[in-house]
Design a binder for this molecule. Sequence first.
Ligand SMILES: Cc1ncc(COP(=O)(O)O)c(C=O)c1O
Length: 412
Amino acid sequence: MKTMHFAERLYPQAKLENLLCEIRPARGVIDLSIGEPNVPLNHEILSHIPDGFEALARYPKESLQQTLLETIRDWLCKRYSLDTSSIDVQAQITVLAGSREGIFMMPIALFNRELQQGLPITVAMPDPGYPIYQASAENVGAKVCCITQAQIEQLEKLALNERDTFSEWSDIDLMFVCSPNNPTGEVLTLQQWTCLIELANKHQFILVADECYSEIYSEPFKPLGLLEACKHIGNNNFENCLAIHSLSKRSGLPGLRSGFVVGDAKLIKLIQGYRNYHGVSLSPIQLKGSEAAWADEQHVTTNRAIYQEKFDVFTKHLGECSAYQLPHGGFYIWLDVGGDSETFCQHLYQNYGVKVLPGHYLAVSDKVKSEVRQYVRVAVVCHLGEVEQVATAIKKSIAFFSHSNVVGDHVA
Ligand SMILES: Cc1ncc(COP(=O)(O)O)c(C=O)c1O
């Protein structure tokens, strides 16, 4: 069977629009289907952004990049308890126009030679997961390999020589992991990171950690990062490892389009070489704004406290619901609604104006699509004052579902 080209496949939010387009909600719409942070803008940070149009009349200066890279290095070292000397800013960090750009570019930048020679590559990814991993693989005609969180958890229980029971590992060329995970909120433990780094080194695949939600967590449970795990096991050059970070969620600045990738110098060299031609350089506006944002931790702490307050209200209302689990990190609730998720989303939208995403819209394989058919992803991005209303609406909809006879697509 011919698979659909990724660019023709509807993005999850567009699919949701189709699902809901005929419904006129009874109340004003609260859109929790998309991971767009909703935290106050930090005006102190924004004041560092050059104003006027002059900044746009020049190509970005090398010196601006240099200070941003140093600021990022300082942030990384503080966040992950690394020595400042352990990261060479020029050789081991590259700025990105948001993490999405980096993710999509990764297979083509890292395996350009192989692809030019027509050699097949395999890209592994979380399932369910952020749709750009799959698109990045399909963009280069790579074989897609799905790795579930359960498979990663199983690794911990096995000795290194037993882990090869998954035949997939030896086929993989590049593996994306996401921690904290979108959509499930799971966070990789040190042991899980260790298993993955050891497998990457054993089978010589590249491990790419998407850590764009690393700063959204319940204090004091700071998610451990890939670099920190590398250091822990003595992989001090981050061999075969890359971590991607972004200001979109950390600082609530998705419109700034700013992130970076850090790790193994030989891989960063390939990325830099590719990006020189690909040409996504950041404007002086992005560079200065990013420098100010990575240098400040106060606004991140404030943002985290805002998410915490919202989660507290959710937990108060949904806590007794057996399906509800507070995520370990990130700002999504991954919820088993006890019935068909599309029908649930329609019901929730029609009766309460609340938009959430059917979980299987984020699944890759048919197997996982059917396994998560009863799940929805709720992005906790409403205003604090709306959380109670949203949580109550979700609770009532779950109760309605559990008392109804769900027949096919219809709630009887
Ligand atoms: C898991 C994951 N990775 C990457 C991104 C892209 O973020 P950015 O704004 O940094 O491109 C998102 C956005 O929602 C995401 O959920």
